[in-house]
Design a protein around this ligand. Structure first.
Ligand SMILES: [Zn+2]
Length: 479
C-alpha cells in the first residue's frame, strides 16, 4: 500500500480519480458476472495422426496403442493413413491395428507419401485440369485401398510434408473426399476453417495448432501453455472456434523421420534397400506416451472443448453455396474484388452475372486485358453472355472474355459489372484481386521439405492457388 501523504493532489483531481476507480471496479464486477453467466461458445478440437511410416514395424504398434489409449479416455481421433501404410498393415496381418484405427476416424494421407515424385513435384509442371487428372490418377488408387482396408471412405486428405498443389482439390471432390485437414502455410484464412475450391479446409491454423512435443517433461508444460493460449484467444474473439493438434504414431518409436532416412531430397530407394530410422529407447517411448496422454487429459478437462473428427466437419459447418444479392456484389467489387461475409468473390460474381448460385472453380489461367476503348452496350452484353456460358458449361470461371478479338480479364469484367449503370458505353476498368493476399508468396519457403529437391520452388503452384482464391471464404457453423 502507498502512504497517502506521499502524494499532493488537489481535491478536484482526487474526486475524478475516485470516480474512475469506482467505474473500474464496476467494470471488473460486470465482466466477472458476464463471464459467469454468458453461455460459453463451444471450441471444437481435432486430434489427428499422420499414419505414414510403412518402414518401421514398431510404428504399427504405436498406432495401435494410441488408438486404444484414446478409447480409454473416451476420445476419438482421425488417423490419416497413407495408401502404402494401409497395404503394408494388411500384408503384415495387422488386423488388430486396422480394426483399432477404424473405430476412430480414417482420413487419407496420399498414396506413397515420400516415394518420389511427391505431389508438388508432379503437379508443378501441370496446369489446372491436367494436374487434377494426374492427382486423381496417382492418388486415387491409394484412397481406394484405404477405403477397402478400413471399410470407410476417407473423411479428409492432408498432403505429405509441404507437398501442396491446388489441383488436388477438384480431384478430391471427384474421389468423394470432402475435407482437407493439415497444417501448412500455402493458403489460409484467419487461422480458422474455410472453403476453397469446394473443399472444406482445416489448414494453416497456426496458433490454433498447439501440440506438446514428446521429448522432454518440460514439453508438456509448454504444450499446455500453448493450448491454453489458443483457447483464451478464441474466447476473446467471442465466437466458437477450432483448435487442432497433430502427431505421427512413428514419433513414439523413432527419433528421426523414416522418409528423411530413405528418400532425402526425393532420392528413390527400392524397398529392398530401406533403412530403419533411429529407434527411441523404451524409456523415451514411455515418457512420450505420458506427456501425450497428460496433454490430451488437459484438453479434455478444459471447459467448452468438444472433440470432433474430420468426419464431423461437413455436419458442423454450413454448405458452401450462398446467395448474395447483386447489390452486395456491386458494393464490394467497387472497393475491391474480395469475399464479404460468408460469400466468396466467385459467389458475388455469379450474382452480378445472374447465374444460379453454385460451387464453381476459379479460372485456370491468368489472361490480361487488351481492350482499351470503352465497350459498347451490345458488345458488353455479349461479353457477359460469354462468361455465363463458360460457367454453365465448365463449372469454372473464365479467365477472360472477348470484345471483338481483344481480351477483357475476369477482374476487369467483374469491376465493370460492379460499376455498370446501363449507359451506352462501358468504360474499361481493372480490378484489384484482394483475395489473393491469402495465398503465400514465397515459393521456396512454403515448399521447403526434406523430401523435395533442394531449393524446390513451388511458385507456379501458388499462382494456380491465387487463381482459385476466387472461391475462398470462411466456413461458418451450421447454427
Ligand atoms: Zn506425413
Amino acid at each position: 500500500m502507498v502512504p497517502a501523504n506521499k502524494f499532493v493532489v488537489n481535491a478536484e483531481i482526487s474526486d475524478t480519480l475516485s470516480v474512475m476507480r469506482s467505474l473500474a471496479s464496476l467494470l471488473v464486477f460486470c465482466t466477472v458476472l458476464a463471464g459467469a453467466q454468458a453461455p460459453q461458445e463451444p471450441i471444437y478440437y481435432l486430434l489427428w495422426f499422420d499414419t505414414e511410416d510403412y518402414i518401421t514395424p514398431a510404428s504399427d504398434d504405436a498406432a495401435l496403442r494410441l488408438a486404444k489409449e484414446l478409447d480409454q479416455l473416451g476420445v476419438r481421433a482421425t488417423f490419416k493413413v497413407v495408401g502404402e501404410k494401409a497395404r503394408v498393415l494388411e500384408k503384415r496381418g495387422r488386423r488388430d491395428v486396422i480394426q483399432a484405427l477404424a473405430k476412430h476416424d480414417i482420413g487419407y494421407h496420399s498414396n506413397n507419401h515420400s516415394i518420389p515424385p511427391s505431389p508438388s513435384v508432379y503437379l508443378r509442371p501441370l496446369g489446372w485440369l491436367e494436374g487434377a487428372a494426374e492427382f486423381e490418377r496417382r492418388e486415387g488408387p491409394g484412397a481406394r485401398d484405404v477405403a477397402r482396408i478400413f471399410g470407410q471412405t476417407p473423411s479428409c486428405y492432408g498432403q505429405p510434408g509441404n507437398s501442396w498443389g491446388p489441383q488436388s482439390l477438384p480431384a478430391l471432390r471427384k474421389m468423394g473426399i470432402p475435407a482437407y485437414m493439415d497444417e501448412a502455410s500455402q493458403v489460409g484464412l484467419n487461422q480458422q476453417p474455410f472453403w476453397y475450391s469446394g473443399i472444406l479446409h482445416v489448414l494453416n491454423l497456426r496458433q490454433f495448432s498447439p501440440r506438446a512435443n514428446l521429448n522432454r517433461p518440460e514439453d508438456l508444460e509448454e504444450g499446455i501453455r500453448k493450448f491454453d493460449a489458443a483457447v483464451a484467444e478464441l474466447r476473446q474473439r467471442g465466437g466458437p472456434g477450432f483448435i487442432q493438434s497433430y502427431y505421427h504414431p512413428t514419433e513414439w518409436v523413432t527419433t528421426e523421420f523414416w522418409d528423411g532416412v530413405n528418400f532425402r531430397h526425393g532420392r528413390y530407394t527400392a524397398p529392398a534397400d530401406y533403412k530403419m530410422p533411429q529407434a527411441r529407447t523404451p524409456e523415451a517411448t514411455a515418457q512420450a506416451y505420458r506427456i501425450f496422454l497428460d496433454f490430451v487429459r488437459h484438453v479434455k478437462q478444459t471447459p467448452g472443448i468438444r472433440f470432433v473428427t474430420a468426419r464431423d466437419l461437413p455436419g458442423l459447418l454450413a454448405d458452401p453455396v450462398t446467395r448474395p444479392t447483386a447489390a452486395q456484389a456491386r458494393e464490394q467489387f467497387r472497393t475491391a474484388i474480395d469475399m464479404v461475409g460468408a460469400h466468396s468473390a466467385a459467389d458475388l460474381l455469379l450474382a452480378l452475372l445472374g447465374v444460379v448460385p453454385r460451387q464453381v472453380d476459379g479460372p485456370s489461367e491468368r489472361v490480361p486485358t487488351t481492350v482499351s476503348a470503352p465497350v459498347t452496350r451490345v458488345k458488353f452484353e455479349y461479353a457477359k453472355r460469354q462468361a455465363v456460358e463458360h460457367i454453365e458449361q465448365t463449372g469454372r470461371l473464365p479467365s477472360h472474355v472477348f470484345v471483338d478479338t481483344a481480351t477483357l480479364s475476369l477482374a476487369g469484367l467483374a469491376t465493370m459489372l460492379a460499376y455498370d449503370d446501363g449507359a451506352a458505353a462501358v468504360p474499361v476498368r481493372e480490378g484489384k484481386l484482394a483475395f489473393e493476399r491469402h495465398i503465400a508468396k514465397d515459393g521456396k519457403k512454403t515448399f521447403d521439405w526434406v523430401i523435395h529437391p533442394e531449393g524446390f520452388d513451388g511458385s507456379a503452384l501458388l499462382e494456380l492457388g491465387r487463381l482459385q482464391a476466387w472461391t475462398l471464404k470462411p466456413a461458418r457453423l451450421r447454427h
